[in-house]
Ligand binder design. Structure first.
Ligand code: SF4
Ligand code: SF4
Length: 68
């Protein structure tokens, strides 16, 4: 149970990183040298305790963060 980021939709704003209570989102570099944001499937709890995925609440792009 985890969320994932659709990189084609992502604006690379980094807002989701700041609000994740589990520090499950990291900034990484893909094979083309592009910055991408990745959610750890092992660490993400879909914010069950918080009620709603905090990253998705904060993300300015609809449908950028979805259930994996
Ligand atoms: S759903 Fe919650 S735990 Fe998972 S990445 Fe988003 S903010 Fe972090
Ligand atoms: S908040 Fe949304 S647009 Fe910004 S880095 Fe995270 S996933 Fe990308």
């Amino acid at each position: 149970m985890a969320m994932k980021i659709i990189n084609d939709e992502c604006l690379k704003c980094g807002a989701c990183v700041m609000v994740c209570p589990r520090e499950a989102i990291t900034e990484e570099t893909d094979g083309d040298g592009e910055t991408i944001y990745v959610i750890s499937a092992e660490t993400c709890t879909e914010c069950k305790e918080e009620g709603e995925p905090q990253c998705r609440e904060e993300c300015p792009v609809p449908e950028c963060i979805v259930k994996a």
